[in-house]
Write a protein that binds this ligand. Structure first.
Ligand code: ADP
Ligand code: MG
Ligand code: MG
Ligand code: MG
Ligand code: MG
Ligand code: MG
Length: 681
């Protein structure tokens, strides 16, 4: 989440009067940034992760695992500790940062300063994550632990799922049937966001996840835990009037989505052009890594037939009106908008010649006035469309104290819209007054239960982003196919049961009608490998060679891609498609890495490989199996209080290495506390 301002938030009826003001000044702020930084060159590789936790409070007598609502106290304590930790912090670890998140049971942590492109930094990610986790852990109550679990299984069940208990009847912001007001971070921004989404939309949000149908699941499944006849808020009747669908798990509040935890990575690019290339290169990777990190099969006490959080969050902040959703003709609103403001990206933005216009085949409503303004200022078509597409959204939270800003030194109005477009990738311009460059944030992954796994996926993505730039890889497929992959990625067991659209011919760097390109359409990375190995991961690469005169693309777009299994995407298919892991290995061969370090890197890549070939389970499958084999499970899709308690205990034990889970983790996984000694615990 962005910076939190203290101030007076406007209710929706007031806020909406300032929507154009915020958009106009937001664009002015962006253009100041543009003028100052568009030609900036030579930024080094800096990158960092964000890990989100939920604080679970165990009641061993009642056998209940609940969400602890002590975020405010915990963060105050952590920031006091972090302030005087200085000298105690191990050499290779910067003083961590802890941030608030939407849920009052959540924490987020980031490294105190970003990692560089050095190999020691790459290999410090796991210990950095562990240090942060252990720091949080040490400053919780004895019965509390920070878990990196994507969705809390019993969020919103009848009875007590928070510590302390609050009744959902007091949900004045969300009007939820299931979640109390106190589930939400008390800072004014969050209740306002929640209420303004509901007010703007004209109803509560409504998410329906297909229930996982087991032997004894009643059919049709009409959820007995919904208080169908509650009569406190005007929206209470929505459930029985059709918002809650049979055979589905119904969720009705922002907290169900924004209460999920994820793993995000941000990379600084050498310059604007490379940031655009990296953004595009990672777009098709979003759904692939969502499927591979799938970790959320349980919702509101039921097993679902999906494995991922993505669509839940998309639905949980979907502020589009009926007109915008295409249910009514446009009258009050300007656009029919196909997606929620939390969703997959809609536009490739690189000005690289390999970005064929045909790939941008999604409908793309954009604000034409803003588009024209950007074009007149000198921005190209794609970036102008990108920004003016983000700017079709209204600002949701406006503080009366910060309506008027100095547009040369502030980016708040820009960020107000930018940072409430929660998409699979985020293109981050430099902040106005800082040494930070153009960055790309990768946002699709679910958080993993151990920092070994979180580090493995972080290492995988950073190495892949390097390989994409170093080898000039071409991963483009039509963006509508990326969206189809997003849909498939969330289905139960997607990574082993589904195929995904992926590009076959990924070396288009020398492809040209008159060139002597090989039959695979280009040269493999190995051909052009430098003789001298690099000491660290570079950030700046020579530009892609321009095609020769008379160039045409070799294939029609439809012939450039096909459906592949996860194993094929990761490990290769036939002679032409090498697979992402072999490409990363080829990239590693260009670096000067000590043997011991290489062994560690391989261990991370091996986790990714074994996930993708199915020899290790996704967290979602492991969790589902745990529930299904629990003695208290009645084959009726219900995840009881006791199952949830045992599950979270097991997750904690696995993380600490005191319980083995060899179908989830490599046999030699030793647990998160093994390096306690070396980091001063
Ligand atoms: P947000 O919540 O807006 O996505 P955070 O501040 O929570 O952002 O996390 C940003 C991440 O980017 C952190 O991991 C941080 O270490 C990293 N980071 C900070 N500065 C840079 C930079 N110049 N380039 C790349 N990453 C950076
Ligand atoms: Mg976060
Ligand atoms: Mg963050
Ligand atoms: Mg954040
Ligand atoms: Mg932030
Ligand atoms: Mg982030």
């Amino acid at each position: 989440m962005g910076l939190l301002y203290l101030g007076t938030p406007l209710v929706w009826e007031e806020a909406k009067k300032y929507a154009d003001h915020v958009r106009n000044h937001g664009i002015t702020q962006f253009l100041h940034i543009w003028d100052r930084f568009k030609d900036r060159q030579g930024d080094e590789l800096l990158w960092g992760d964000e890990v989100e936790y939920m604080v679970v409070s165990f009641d061993d007598k009642e056998k209940n695992a609940k969400l602890s609502l002590r975020q405010t106290e915990i963060l105050a304590k952590l920031s006091a500790i972090v302030d005087d930790i200085g000298a105690d912090c191990p050499d290779n670890i910067s003083i961590p940062k802890f941030h608030p998140e939407y849920g009052r049971f959540m924490l987020e942590s980031t490294p105190g300063s970003p990692y560089t492109g050095s190999i020691p930094d790459l290999l410090s990610v796991e210990s950095n994550m562990r240090y942060r986790r252990n720091l949080a852990r040490r400053h919780l109550n004895p019965n509390e632990i920070p878990v990196t679990f994507t969705s809390f299984p019993r969020l919103g069940v009848p009875g007590q799922f928070t510590e302390p208990y609050f009744s959902p009847s007091d949900a004045v912001s969300s009007h939820s049937l299931f979640l109390p007001e106190e589930i939400t971070n008390p800072h004014a921004r969050f209740p306002t966001l929640t209420a303004n989404i509901r007010r703007r939309r004209g109803s509560k949000v409504a998410i329906n996840l297909p229930i996982y149908v087991d032997e004894k699941t009643p059919r049709p499944f009409i959820d007995p835990s919904i208080p169908w006849d509650r009569d406190i808020y005007p929206e209470d009747s929505e459930a029985k009037l059709g918002a809650a669908k049979p055979d589905h798990i119904y969720l009705d509040a922002m907290g169900f989505g924004m209460g999920c935890s994820c793993l995000q990575l941000t990379f600084q690019a050498c310059n604007l052009g490379d940031a655009r290339r990296m953004y595009d290169g990672l777009i098709p990777i979003g759904p692939i890594l969502l499927a591979l990190t799938a970790a959320s099969p349980i919702w509101r006490g039921y097993l679902a037939d999906v494995d991922c959080r993505w669509n839940v969050i998309a639905g949980s902040v979907d502020d589009r009106t009926e007109e915008e959703r295409g249910l009514k003709p446009l009258k009050e609103n300007k656009f029919v908008i196909p997606k929620s403001r939390y969703d997959s990206v809609d536009l490739y933005i690189s000005d690289d010649w390999i970005n064929r216009p045909e790939y941008n085949d999604n409908p793309l409503p954009y604000d034409e006035i803003i588009y024209d303004r950007l074009r007149r200022h000198g921005l190209d078509d794609l970036l102008s469309r990108h920004i003016s597409h983000l700017f079709i959204r209204d600002p949701l939270v406006i503080f009366s104290e910060t309506i008027d800003q100095d547009d040369t030194s502030s980016s708040d109005h820009f960020e107000n819209i930018q940072s409430t477009n929660w998409q699979t990738l985020r293109f981050k311009p430099p902040p106005p007054n800082s040494p930070i460059g153009w960055r790309v944030e990768f946002r699709s992954m679910e958080v993993q239960m151990t920092d070994f796994e979180n580090a493995a996926f972080a290492v995988f993505v950073v190495l892949l982003s390097r390989a994409i730039l170093a080898f000039n890889l071409n991963l483009y497929i039509p963006i509508s196919k990326v969206d189809e992959n997003m849909r498939r990625a969330q289905l139960r067991d997607a990574s082993v049961s589904n195929k995904f659209f992926f590009r076959k011919d990924i070396y288009t760097n020398t492809s040209s009608t008159s060139s002597t390109a090989s039959s695979s359409g280009g040269s493999s990375p190995i051909d052009g490998m430098p003789k001298k190995k690099e000491k660290k991961m570079k950030n700046c690469f020579p530009p892609r060679p321009q095609p020769e005169n008379g160039f045409t693309h070799r294939f029609p777009v439809e012939e450039e891609y096909e459906e592949m299994t996860m194993n094929e995407i990761m490990n290769g298919k036939g002679v032409d498609f090498p697979g992402l892991l072999p490409l990363i290995n080829a990239y590693l061969d260009t670096l000067d890495i000590e043997l011991g370090d290489m062994v560690k890197i391989r261990r991370y890549l091996d986790l990714v490989r074994r996930r993708s070939d199915g020899t290790l389970l996704t967290p979602a499958t492991w969790i589902r199996n745990f529930v299904k084999s629990h003695p208290d499970y009645k084959k009726d899709s219900v995840v009881s209080q006791e199952i949830n308690y045992d599950l979270l205990k097991a997750v904690d034990e696995i993380e600490r290495g005191v319980r083995k889970a060899t179908d989830l983790l490599p046999v030699d996984y030793e647990g998160g506390n093994t390096d306690r000694g070396s980091i001063g615990f």
